[in-house]
Design a protein around this ligand. Structure first.
Ligand code: GRF
Length: 208
């Protein structure tokens, strides 16, 4: 059974290349992108949202009087857009526990490593330091618990080439991210991959 069309808010903090890839694929999603929220008022990502005619909330996490005040602004934006699904695309803030509980099974993130390897900050550097020959990208549900530790929805492997530095590896993985994220969102938003407890459950082909 296909669920109601989701109302998606996309959270960003910076460059916004994943946001752009999702916006370009939006006609293929069983969802409406109702808003883009940035934790930085000058994030380049906001330009992509504006070009696409999507409403924005340009917040300033650093300038907020308190963590609670910032979290309240986030809640207000979600309420104003009547959003029921959150897509994190390079959002550099931790979500408060209350929001994680309210949106359980309805928050996803992309991380540029093959999780559970190399969660957290600077995953490309972690991969290079460990000497892996394969890295990649992971789309996962965001749940309470360790950062980047939620159940995995989709992954794509990307080779680490001899002589790679962080920038070279990040650029190669980013190309994969731009294909992987819209594809994973298509599955989740159409209800073909959903969170049940700590597992991702998939609809069987032909069973819908
Ligand atoms: C991407 O590598 C994403 O996986 C990570 O942060 C980066 C964001 O890049 N979470 P962009 O803002 O989407 O260009």
């Amino acid at each position: 059974m296909t669920p109601e069309r989701a109302r998606v808010a996309i959270f960003v903090s910076g460059r916004g290349s994943n946001l752009r890839a999702i916006l370009e694929a939006r006609s293929t999603l069983h969802a409406d992108v109702v808003g883009v929220l940035s934790s930085k008022p000058d994030a380049p990502a906001l330009g992509f949202a504006a070009e696409a005619g999507v409403p924005t909330a340009a917040l300033d996490a650093k300038g907020a009087p308190s963590r609670a005040a910032y979290d309240l602004r986030v809640d207000e934006a979600l309420a104003a857009w009547d959003a029921d699904f959150i897509v994190l695309a390079g959002y550099m803030r931790l979500l408060p526990a209350a929001l994680l509980r309210r949106f359980v099974g309805r928050i996803v993130n992309i991380h540029p490593s093959l999780l559970p390897a190399f969660p957290g900050l600077r995953p490309h550097r972690q991969a290079l330091e460990r000497g892996v020959t394969l890295s990649g990208a992971t789309v996962h549900f965001v749940t309470e618990g360790p950062v980047d530790g939620g159940p995995i929805i989709a992954q794509r492997a990307v080779p680490v080439e001899p002589g790679d530095d962080e920038d070279a590896l990040a650029a190669r993985i980013l190309v994969a991210e731009h294909a992987l994220y819209p594809a994973a969102l298509r599955e989740v938003l159409a209800g073909r991959a959903r969170l049940e407890g700590e597992r991702v459950v998939r609809a069987l082909e032909g069973a819908r």
